[in-house]
Design a protein around this ligand. Structure first.
Ligand SMILES: NC(=O)C1=CN([C@@H]2O[C@H](COP(=O)(O)OP(=O)(O)OC[C@H]3O[C@@H](n4cnc5c(N)ncnc54)[C@H](O)[C@@H]3O)[C@@H](O)[C@H]2O)[C@H](O)CC1
Ligand SMILES: [K+]
Length: 527
């Protein structure tokens, strides 16, 4: 599991009501159980425990383990590389405070602060030999390692590695990159690594290249339910790329929406506003002439390009060069095809040609799902489709045999979503025919990408109003343009769209409009 996926799941646990403090307690308790077991089968006489703690949650796990190991009768020394006032995690701070409040220590606990490299060197001289009667627990750095090791941390790792103690790393050996498994400088060389929930990708890679880098690998179940990974939640916002203060206009995403036709000028506009609200820097809309004139009066924030060739009211193949030219000259990052385009033959010819020619991240929505030949885009990975059930059936008709198709139509009662959820495996079999991501919209939105699935529960019945699908499509294109892959972008887009719908309902009641929904997207991006 990648460290980012773990962090997302942790925060999504909080959406379920399961606090990170509780996860830390489970982690520290499980760790202490493992330490006790390892101690029993490794040593014939009692050993002391030395726990080295860093500035954040890896250290927090260490504080919890200290408490549980004391209860088991161990003598525990805690060496803090970060002084109490500088601890960065609230939960680690709470667990440090508990240890501190236990003073005067009736139990055999000793807490020492290692304020600088000299303090660290003193441990070296005084204790490293006698550390042979110790188990050292490494709670210095876990999944939060960034960049070059600070000198004090580096020195401590060196001393721990030189000692004769049995070493147990918490989650990831400190100094090892939790994603790549690389050790750019130095890392704890443990006899055991006790990891939580799932093995982190870096630990797995390191273990595959040389088992000695990890030692014996123990996985603790810390009570994270599968739903914390399945349900999209607040944690998914972590996947957004950090906006640099120094970034310029356009650095954070430029999208082109190819949408609108005679009766539907609102659809591309709503998609455009939602794209801007979700962080895209520049939103271009290419529309037939009659639509673009209406759009130009609609919003000051959209860059509306009038297509001069061909039909005034509908797209046609005559617009191909103009559209490709906009993509080129505006250096577009992602394209949305479909909102409000209608189903003309000419529009179909244009969209099939665009689908072949556009090599950028792509969102296909609404009528475009009925117009574009699935074969043309089936291999594209950076693709999001946003169908409701009818559009889903229509798009995937080619990939399923008649019986499966009839089964899907007959059994999938759009009003019975629990029944719909029972069909997940069937939908997955069908969506597996393409490499991109599919958002199947419904009471619970289902996001499919190959064998992976996310479920979104935000949103409400007010969202059946026209335009909320256009908003979702704009959000999807916006997040693609900001560098998220199609699976991550699709999951976050449905979450934000539904959550904005929930806020719109609170403010405007059940009769909110899609443009009122768009107003609430921006504030959600600050989570
Ligand atoms: N679900 C779980 O698996 C749980 C895991 N837990 C534990 O939490 C850590 C991850 O915690 P986090 O706060 O994100 O990061 P770290 O503890 O690894 O510390 C980050 C902290 O360290 C400092 N730092 C970063 N880079 C360096 C460096 N190069 N040199 C020195 N110091 C550095 C900086 O201050 C960072 O802020 C996970 O591994 C688990 O052990 C939870 O307890 C329960 C749920
Ligand atoms: K560690």
């Amino acid at each position: 599991m990648d460290p980012i996926d773990m962090m997302v799941a942790d925060i999504n646990c909080e959406d379920l009501g399961l606090s990170k403090l509780c996860l830390m307690e489970n982690a520290g308790k499980c760790l202490s159980d493992e330490v006790a077991t390892i101690s029993t089968f490794t040593f014939s006489k009692p050993v002391k425990i030395a726990i080295f703690t860093g500035s954040s949650e890896n250290g927090g796990d260490g504080f919890v383990a200290a408490r549980h190991l004391l209860n088991r009768g161990f003598e525990v020394e805690v060496y803090m590389l970060t002084p109490p006032n500088d601890i960065k995690s609230i939960d680690a701070q709470i667990n440090y405070d508990i240890l501190n409040n236990m003073s005067p220590h009736i139990s055999r606990l000793n807490i020492m602060e290692l304020n600088d490299s000299k303090d660290v060197e003193k441990i070296d001289i005084a204790n490293s030999k006698s550390f042979s009667e110790y188990i050292i627990i490494d709670g210095i750095l876990g999944t939060g390692l960034r960049g070059k090791l600070k000198e004090k941390v580096r020195k401590t790792i060196e001393i721990i590695n030189n000692s004769n103690a049995l070493k147990i790393a918490i989650d990831v050996p400190s100094g090892m990159d939790p994603l790549t498994g690389e050790i750019s400088d130095i890392a704890i060389k443990p006899e055991y690594t006790v990891t939580f929930h799932r093995v982190k990708t870096g630990v797995k890679k390191a273990n595959n290249s040389d088992e000695k880098l990890i030692g014996g690998l123990v996985i603790c179940d810390i009570g994270i339910p599968i739903e914390a990974e399945l349900f999209v939640g607040t944690g998914d916002l972590l996947r957004l790329n950090y906006r640099k203060n120094s970034s310029h206009k356009g650095n954070n995403g430029k999208i082109l929406i190819v949408g609108g036709s005679k009766d539907y000028h609102g659809a591309p506009a709503i998609a455009g506003i939602s794209a801007i609200s979700s962080g895209a820097d520049l939103v271009y809309i290419a529309s037939p002439k009659s639509v673009s004139l209406a759009l130009k009066q609609k919003s000051l924030d959209l860059i509306v390009k009038t297509l001069n060739e061909g039909n005034e009211d509908y797209f046609s193949l005559d617009n191909l060069d103009e559209i490709l030219n906009i993509i080129d000259t505006a250096k577009i990052d992602a394209v949305l095809l479909g909102p409000g385009v209608g189903q003309n033959d000419g529009t179909g010819k244009l969209f099939n040609t665009l689908a072949k020619k556009i090599d950028l991240p792509l969102v296909v929505d609404a009528d475009a799902l009925k117009l574009i030949d699935p074969i043309l885009i089936k291999n594209k990975e950076n693709l999001i489709l946003t169908p409701h059930l009818n559009e889903f059936k229509s798009f995937f008709k080619k990939f399923i045999n008649e019986n499966e198709y009839l089964n899907l139509i007959n059994d999938s009662d759009e009003n019975n979503h629990d029944k719909l959820n029972n069909k997940i495996a069937e939908f997955q079999k069908i969506t597996n025919n393409i490499n991109g991501t599919v958002i199947l919209k419904g009471k619970y939105d289902l996001v499919f990408n190959k064998n992976k699935l996310r479920i979104n529960k935000t949103g409400n019945s007010g969202m059946t109003v026209g335009g909320t699908g256009d908003s979702l499509a704009g959000l999807s294109a916006s997040l693609l343009s900001q560098g998220l892959n199609s699976y991550a972008a699709a999951a976050l887009a449905v979450y934000l769209n539904g959550k904005a719908g929930d806020l719109a309902k609170e403010s405007y009641g059940n009769g909110f409009s899609a443009s009122q929904l768009s107003e609430f997207i921006g504030i959600l991006m600050e989570d």
